[in-house]
Design a protein around this ligand. Structure first.
Ligand code: ATP
Ligand code: MG
Length: 471
């Protein structure tokens, strides 16, 4: 994508309404635009990240055997009367009347809707188990929408629902999602710690929240130091057999981690100073609630013994749009965002320092075409702007690698590659630049860790290359 043709409305100043860094950076990087409190439009750069996050979530749901469906945003009130939640849900639910005066609502979650689908078509244990999910917008009229997309009113959620004949089956479905979540967040370079949690309005007796530690998080949490040092990448070789999954879940639930609401000071006391009290961002939550919805709503199946039983259910949410903010909270420095590669809006930012110079233009255009040809996503800054403005913009939007082309380097046959996270810069030949950016195995940084504050300041770089003042 050529920046001269793109829509990237960057802000120079920090927007005063933004209290946390992710909100500030999302506004400054032209990723979102507020429509009304807690409701946002996603602009091109932001939408690319949202789609990447969504794709990782989807791939890991599919891998766990969940089947994708798409339920509506607008639901009939009757369904929620069947479960008894219509009145319970209170003012967070956005209630609507249609032209026939029928009561409708904008779904805050979909337990009732999915239970209705399943009860209409699943009658026998032979049709079980089933894990269904969708990725759909939700609306909750939050008392205090804030922190940008992290606590919105309209937000994108992945919600999955499991249906099993008995507790053992239900437990296995829960474990599948537990491990799918570990994998999902690990792929985004995030350490999302599974913590014992309260079940809230969804109800039930078994629940974990997946929480990223961050000072700006809204949840108070208590977590064993061992969790901080865990290597989250080890899940690549996991099988889906019940004993293998149970072993992983047992391991991760044996380390103490709990949210404020369910924190057990006595149980935690035996670990002494190893228990750290921190703040965190909830990026996902899973619930096992048995027949809480299936019984009142009549979702039954005939078991092998000929008896009808209410289905055992669980539900499993991931805050897809919240994750975009959470990722920035975990990956930024003073100059801007530092995207992990798996969710970066573009892999490479190509900067032409002198678009007016024929030689620079030819080299930059050529590299752009070759990178695109190799399937690399490139944002090409071909604008007629000062080098300083270009460097600042590139650092702000945080693409993993920057490729800088300028007259001095070209005279010596080189271009500069800058790794955004480490700040490391190297002068290399055009051929070397191409092979490093197209062949992941040749790159010095194949799997950057996600830690904030590691990059160098943008002002330190590009000094020699630009030869132009005004930064
Ligand atoms: N207002 C919101 N804005 C953005 N994402 C949200 C919001 N509410 C919930 N989510 C995301 O959806 C996921 C599943 O929803 P769940 O019902 O567990 O939310 P919740 O426990 O009510 O969230 P919270 O405690 O943050 O209000 C959450 O883990 C979170 O990541
Ligand atoms: Mg929750």
């Amino acid at each position: 994508m050529r920046l001269s043709e793109y829509f990237l409305p960057l802000l120079r100043e920090n927007p005063s309404e933004a209290q946390v860094v992710s909100h500030r950076l999302m506004l400054r990087a032209g990723m979102i635009r507020q429509s009304s409190a807690g409701i946002y439009s996603w602009l091109p750069l932001g939408l690319r990240v949202l789609k990447k996050v969504e794709r990782i979530v989807r791939e890991e749901q599919d891998r766990a055997g969940a089947l994708e469906i798409l339920m509506p945003t607008i639901q009939p009130a009757e369904l929620w009367r069947e479960s008894g939640r219509y009145d319970d849900y209170g003012r967070e639910m956005l209630r609507i009347r249609d032209r026939h005066d029928r009561e409708m609502l904008y779904g805050p979650t979909n337990e009732e809707q999915v239970t209705e689908i399943v009860r209409a078509s699943i009658k026998s244990y032979r049709d079980l188990p089933k894990l269904l999910y969708h990725i759909q917008w939700k609306f909750r009229d939050e008392v205090r929408p804030r922190f940008g997309v992290m606590r919105g009113r309209e937000f994108l959620m992945k919600d999955a629902y499991s249906f099993d004949l008995d507790f053992a089956g239900g437990r296995h479905s829960y474990n599948k999602m537990f491990v799918a979540y570990l994998r999902t967040f690990a792929r985004m370079g995030l350490k999302a710690i599974p913590m014992r949690a309260e079940t809230g309005p969804i109800g039930g007796d078994l629940s974990h929240e997946f929480i990223i530690l961050a000072d700006t998080g809204e949840s108070g949490v208590h977590v064993h130091a061992d969790f901080i040092d865990t290597d989250w990448r080890e899940f690549d070789s996991v099988g889906w057999e019940p004993p293998a999954l149970q072993e992983i879940v047992d391991h991760y639930t044996s380390i103490y981690a709990a949210t404020d609401e369910v924190h057990d000071t006595e149980a935690a006391a035996k670990y002494g100073e190893k228990i750290l009290s921190r703040r965190g961002i909830e990026v996902g939550q899973i619930f096992y609630f048995g027949d809480k919805y299936s019984r009142p709503m009549g979702a039954l199946a005939i078991g092998p013994d000929g008896e009808a039983v209410a289905l055992e259910m669980g539900s499993y949410g991931i805050g897809v749009s919240r994750l975009v903010g959470a990722l920035i909270e975990a990956n930024h420095d003073d100059t801007g965002i530092i995207w992990p590669e798996s969710v970066a809006p573009f892999r490479v930012g190509l900067i032409n320092l002198r678009p007016g110079d024929a030689r620079c233009r030819k080299a930059a255009d050529g590299l752009y075409a070759k990178l695109l040809g190799a399937g690399v996503e490139v944002l090409y800054d071909d604008r007629d702007e000062s080098p300083g403005a270009k460097f600042a913009a590139m650092d702000l939007i945080g693409l993993p690698d920057q490729l800088v082309i300028g007259p001095r380097g070209l005279a010596g046959g080189t271009v500069e590659i800058k790794h955004r996270r480490s700040g490391e810069r190297r002068d290399v030949s055009i051929e070397m630049a191409l092979s490093q950016l197209t062949e992941p195995s040749l790159r010095p940084h194949p799997f950057p860790p996600s830690r904030a504050g590691e990059g160098r300041k943008g002002a330190e770089r590009g000094q020699e290359e630009s030869g132009v003042s005004g930064r």
